[in-house]
Design a protein around this ligand. Structure first.
Ligand code: NAD
Length: 457
């Protein structure tokens, strides 16, 4: 871990003001971009070892995703940094008002293992763009990726600017947070650990961004293109073997289309992953035995209508469809985070809503329907972080949209300009000229009520 002395050295470097200039920030982003590009093959190798990801999947969800964020930040940085002029109210005229974006200081970024490259480095882009110094904590459960990240970071940055550790989070994070006052903590991971981080941060009133998990529902209405819906759900549910925070956790399908829809799900699985997904290069593996064992228990909690094969040696679980699950089963109370998809039918919207309400504030919500009115009813009825209509998970790939949860699925958001804002303090500044200084602004105030009522209304 960075020792207390190293953390203090980072603070001293931040206080020197070097990280605040446009030139410095741009140069750091460019350096990181070049080094990430130079290590493309190493990144693919590491992600294959940890999660059996294919290079194409990596490009979409890991290194390509990151490079798009870096390129966008470099392009927009100067505009983002510029103080933003805003309207001044009548009472304060002829003053002028501005919002300055100021770096927060020394920030801690903590990431999970499922997208171990991108989920650590995408927030870093925002933190650098906003002018901060950074301590990174990669996930100890994706060691090959942690090693290549460590190399990239040490080649890109001085330790007093961006430092990285990969030690056991339960030990090192309390050590750092209890002994050093960060200016912000950006945490991605489980809701359970998110609560621990929030509590530690609260002791020193350290602001946090929490990107958490949960059960993201997927509703398939009766007026639907079942084939397209099934293909889009299968693509995102089984990507990274279902270990995706915004993967559809379970499907609520209108009973009138259930049979046809389930058939389309099976067709899509067969088409995308072939007769034996264990040998398909586009189908990933479970991260470790602990997660594998947890997931295998869920297979006993319903009727397997497709898939269900497992191989512990390969940490392989076949893309699986489950039906006849009960709502109190673990598969319907835990976040699944694996390639198992419960399919539950409903007839009235209220029935489906009651199930969704069991897990408040899903990180993502998806509705598949060709009925515009139904679409709007669903969007209004569920309080979720972000989501899609007739699609799944892809909202997070558009950096013009904020990505984040609400309540149990998180607080705050990032991607694109939202990352820059997350890592900036918005400093309100009013500039008042001295040439206009009327006596009416000063005491005594008696007799000025009429004027005040005109000015302040
Ligand atoms: P996790 O919460 O177990 O670990 C995340 C990080 O926290 C790791 O770096 C770990 O070292 C650290 N950590 C673990 N225990 C800790 C403790 N007691 N104190 C301090 N730090 C601790 O999560 P995970 O298993 O790595 O990831 C899976 C979870 O992350 C899922 O719930 C998933 O939905 C969520 N997730 C959310 C997003 C998002 O963007 N919202 C993205 C990916 C994953």
């Amino acid at each position: 871990m960075p020792t207390l002395n190293q953390l203090n050295a980072i603070r001293t470097f931040y206080n020197s003001g070097v990280t605040k200039s446009y030139g410095f920030r741009k140069q750091q982003l460019e350096k990181l971009r070049d080094i990430v590009i130079a290590h493309e093959q190493g990144i693919y190798d590491a992600l294959f070892i940890d999660l059996k990801k294919s290079p194409e999947e990596c490009w979409i969800t890991e290194n390509g995703f990151l490079l798009a964020e870096i390129n966008n930040s470099i392009k927009k940085l100067e505009t983002w940094m510029r103080p933003k002029k805003v309207t001044t109210n009548l009472m304060n005229l002829p003053s002028k008002s501005y919002i300055y974006s100021e770096p927060l200081g020394v920030v801690l970024i903590i990431s999970p293992w499922n997208y171990p490259f991108q989920l650590l480095l995408t927030p870093l882009i925002g933190a650098i763009a906003a002018g901060n110094c950074v301590v990174l904590k990669s996930s100890e459960f994706a060691p090959a990726t942690a090693a290549i990240i460590q190399k990239i970071i040490s080649l890109s940055f001085e330790e007093k600017y961006v430092s990285i550790t990969n030690e056991d989070g339960a030990v090192i994070i309390p050590q750092m947070m209890n002994n050093f006052s960060f200016d912000h903590v950006f945490y991605t991971g489980s809701t359970q650990v998110g609560k621990i981080i929030y509590e530690m941060a609260a002791k020193n009133l350290v602001p946090v961004t929490l990107e958490l998990g949960g059960k993201s529902p997927c509703v398939v209405e009766k007026e639907v293109n079942a084939k397209v819906a099934a293909r889009r759900i299968v693509m995102t549910k089984f990507s990274n073997a279902g270990q995706m925070c915004v993967a559809p956790d379970y499907v609520l399908v209108h009973s009138s289309v259930k049979e046809a829809f389930v058939q389309e799900l099976k067709n899509a699985i067969n088409e995308f992953y072939g007769p034996d997904p264990s040998v398909n290069e586009n189908f990933g593996k479970i991260i470790n035995e602990k997660q594998f064992d947890r997931l295998c228990q869920y297979l006993q909690e319903g009727t397997v209508i497709h898939g269900g094969k497992t191989d512990k040696n390969k940490l392989y679980i076949e893309p699986t469809l489950l039906q006849d699950v009960t709502l109190d089963a673990k598969v319907m109370s835990d976040e699944i985070f694996g390639p198992i998809l419960p399919v539950i039918s409903f007839t009235e919207m209220k029935e489906a809503l009651d199930i969704i309400e069991q897990h408040k504030n899903p990180l993502a919500f998806y509705v598949f329907t060709s009925n515009k009115q139904k679409e709007e009813e669903w969007l209004q009825a569920v309080a979720f972080g972000g989501g899609c209509v007739n699609n799944a998970a892809l909202h997070l790939t558009n950096h013009h949209l904020p990505f984040g949860g609400r309540g149990f699925s998180g607080t705050g958001s990032y991607h694109g300009k939202f990352s820059f804002d997350t890592f900036s303090h918005k400093k309100a500044v009013m500039k008042t000229p001295v040439w206009f200084d009327p006596a009416m602004k000063y005491p005594p105030m008696k007799g000025k009520m009429k004027l005040l009522k005109w000015l302040i209304r």
